[in-house]
Design a binder for this molecule. Structure first.
Ligand code: CP
Ligand code: NVA
Length: 300
């Protein structure tokens, strides 16, 4: 079993993982060591603060041994194939996480590895992030089902995983993005097949109206740097600010996977204000990663 897409998980899988993440949170320092004697290879093609540190600490606190592997310093960077890398690492370690540019790289790793592979962000999805987002929502609301989620900004990797999760869990999602940066047809189709009905609009106000959860992310993801000037021009009004928050439900929370570009997609006022849950969300990366690793790599 791998975690490449959030849609690799059923509704029950997700709820079980979130229960497990809460248990790991409540019993930090006192929980068991399901990864004792196990190693985790963590391949990174891109920078990371939260994912790297939360995975590394999570693996260590579960009794495992995490290895940070910068892709450029592996033979992968000199042309060794993804398949051979997956086969060789599988002889040493008990799980592989990978943060990659192309989604196909993590798909290929999973195809050729004989140990679980976990997507630590690709250009198409960020499932670990969405598990942390869901844990954060669950900490603030009695149920996920029926929650109204508004996404403001780029229809990117994080947005894709959130759209799929919404379909799986029965949350109502509306995505507001500039026309050329809206979620792509295959994700919307997949969400519909999973029973969802994601709405896509251009006006941020339409996604914010009545929302319980307002989510945003950078306008310029890793790998999109060449389009930065154009993106900064087009995304100007896709900002989570006090005005937008005022259109949402009274109990709204603001989420952002971070890193934030304060003053662009989110204001200081919102990030540091009473409706912000972004630092709980960041913390939850560690608890949810423990849940995922204990499930995929722990003793069965
Ligand atoms: N949210 C997230 O994945 O952050 P990092 O890029 O710092 O890992
Ligand atoms: N969408 C962002 C998320 C960073 C955690 C990116 O891919 O760069």
């Amino acid at each position: 079993m791998n975690l490449i897409s959030i849609a690799d998980l059923s509704r029950d899988d997700i709820l079980r993982l979130l229960d497990s993440a809460e248990a790991f949170r409540a019993r930090r320092g006192h929980h068991g060591l399901p990864l004792q004697g196990k190693s985790l290879a963590m391949i990174f093609e891109k920078p990371s603060t939260r994912t790297r540190v939360s995975l590394e600490v999570a693996a260590a606190e579960l009794g495992g041994h995490p290895l940070y592997l910068s892709a450029g310093e592996l033979q992968l960077g000199r042309g060794e194939t993804i398949a051979d890398t997956a086969r060789v690492l599988s002889r040493y370690v008990h799980g592989i996480t990978a943060r990659v540019y192309s989604h196909n790289t993590v798909v290929q790793l999973a195809e050729h590895a004989s140990v679980p592979v976990i997507n630590a962000l690709s250009d198409w999805e960020h499932p670990l992030q969405i598990l942390a987002d869901l844990q954060t929502m669950r900490q603030r609301f009695p149920a996920l089902e029926g929650l109204r989620v508004g996404w403001i900004g780029d229809g990117n990797n994080v947005c894709n995983s959130l759209i799929l999760a919404s379909a799986i869990l029965g949350m109502e999602i509306t995505v507001a993005s500039p026309r050329l940066y809206q979620p792509k047809a295959p994700i919307l189709e997949q969400a519909k097949e999973l029973g969802g009905h994601p709405q896509v609009v251009e006006e941020p106000a339409a996604a914010a109206a009545g929302a319980n959860v307002l989510v945003t992310d950078t306008w310029v993801s890793m790998g999109d740097e060449a389009q930065e000037a154009e993106r900064l021009r087009v995304f100007g009004k896709y900002q989570v600010n006090s005005g937008l928050l005022g259109l949402a439900a009274d109990d709204v929370i603001a989420l952002h996977c971070l890193p934030a570009h304060r003053g662009q997609e989110i204001t200081d006022e919102v990030m540091d204000g009473p409706r912000s849950a972004v630092f709980d969300e960041a913390e939850n990366r560690m608890h949810t990663s423990k849940a995922v690793m204990a499930w995929l790599m722990g003793e069965k």
